[in-house]
Design a protein around this ligand. Structure first.
Ligand SMILES: *[C@@H]1O[C@H](CO)[C@@H](O)[C@H](O)[C@H]1NC(C)=O
Ligand SMILES: *[C@@H]1O[C@H](CO)[C@@H](O)[C@H](O)[C@H]1NC(C)=O
Ligand SMILES: *[C@@H]1O[C@H](CO)[C@@H](O)[C@H](O)[C@H]1NC(C)=O
Length: 364
């Protein structure tokens, strides 16, 4: 015990107590000495051979936009303690889209505080001793990323991480003028206009595992340009390269132009094919949905309905961006290729006549 204290005192000049930083010039060393030896039970853990452990119960939590989720985290002492101790719990978040780790919530004892976008949406669950799970309500599509649960007891400071991912579908998107017309900011904008967000690398990787095979490179949320290949072939880098997500690395955000991969989370509400009494042009298509108490569907909504509601309809219809597409979950003759997918006819002239896909949100 003596040598341990000596070590602490030697480190004393820059001793950092988790939860507060003591900088040497303002704090006399004898204060530290006193603080460690005197009454406060929480400080003794370091010397008593008790170890603090923090476990995430799982590595990844999948959720859906609008959901309430629980990110599990549990701390325990080895050997077990007979009486509960007051700890400081902090949840922080590293956004999947990139950026810095930011605070989500800090709790000491029964008091807690949440920050920024998480204010009013995040709380601790405390269902049992050692429970430090984070409860989040009204999940937004940009809440994805790595969450870190940190538990501090005196000098012991342990943390564990857990990933939050949204269930959703990644789809490639091209500018109406064709291949490789989107800068990074332009790419971000078109995804948002189609009720989706730029896909993260994790989301693209997941889609590749589920079979996404796309030979055009697209922007991802982190400013890299990549494309997923499940069946290597000559125009896509050749037969010799293994299947995988291929990366051009980071590109110049404003100068370089590519397509984009958007991510659409599954949604509440309904997408359906509306067959007006006759086929309609683009303006009439928008009106037809409105007269039906809905709005013309966005591309992200059509993909989400195809992926999560099994929408299958073998007639092409207008969408909000002026493209014409149709969703097939059960491939059959005269309905495009032999794999399921959302078929696209690109962006025909707006006076062309088609049906239309409408979207009705749940609250209407
Ligand atoms: C989420 O929790 C809030 C209350 O905390 C509740 O009002 C809401 O209905 C829940 N939403 C879902 C989708 O379960
Ligand atoms: C995340 O999305 C919500 C709503 O979709 C928006 O209000 C918020 O500003 C976004 N936050 C960030 C950091 O982009
Ligand atoms: C669609 O047809 C209407 C007439 O029914 C016409 O007024 C409108 O300009 C047409 N819109 C387009 C984009 O061709």
């Amino acid at each position: 015990m003596i040598s341990c204290l000596q070590t602490l005192l030697l480190m004393g000049a820059q001793l950092v107590l988790p939860g507060r930083v003591l900088t040497a010039p303002t704090i006399p060393v004898n204060f530290l000495y006193h603080d460690f030896l005197s009454g406060n039970a929480n400080k003794e853990i370091h010397f008593s051979g008790v170890k603090l452990r923090v476990d995430p119960a799982q590595a990844t939590v999948f959720a859906v936009r609008g959901d309430n989720v629980t990110l599990p985290c549990r701390f325990l002492y080895e050997p077990e303690l007979s009486s509960p101790r007051e700890v400081r719990i902090k949840w922080s978040w590293l956004p999947a889209a990139g950026g810095h780790e930011t605070d989500v919530l800090v709790a000491i004892g029964s008091r807690s505080r949440s920050f920024g976008d998480f204010r009013g949406r995040a709380q601790l669950s405390r269902d049992f001793p050692g429970d430090a799970a984070l409860l989040m309500t009204r999940l937004q599509s940009n809440d994805t990323g790595r969450y870190r649960c940190e538990v501090v007891d005196g000098l012991e400071d342990k943390s564990a991480s857990i990933d939050l991912e949204l269930r959703g579908v990644v789809f490639p998107y091209q500018h109406p003028r064709g291949r490789y017309h989107l800068s990074f900011p332009g790419a971000q904008q078109v995804c948002e206009e189609q009720d989706s967000s730029q896909a993260t690398f994790t989301q693209l990787l997941q889609s590749w595992k589920e079979g996404l095979n796309w030979c055009n490179a697209g922007w991802l949320a982190d400013g890299t340009v990549q494309y997923p290949i499940t069946r290597p072939r000559v125009p896509c880098g050749g037969h010799d390269l293994a299947p995988g997500v291929r990366s051009y690395g980071k590109r110049h955000l404003n100068l370089h132009r590519y397509d984009v991969f958007c991510f659409s989370s599954s949604l509440r509400g309904r997408v359906y094919y509306l067959q007006p009494s006759r086929k309609v042009n683009l303006t009439e298509a928008q009106q037809a949905c409105q007269e039906n108490g809905a709005e013309i569907a966005k591309v992200g909504q059509l993909y989400a309905a195809w992926k999560f509601s099994g929408l299958d309809h073998c007639e092409a219809g207008w969408l909000a961006d002026g493209s014409v597409r149709y969703p097939i979950t059960r491939p059959r003759r005269n309905c495009g290729p032999s794999e399921p997918g959302v078929r696209s006819f690109g962006f025909p002239p707006p006076q062309d006549k088609h049906g239309v896909y409408c979207y009705k949100s749940e609250d209407e």
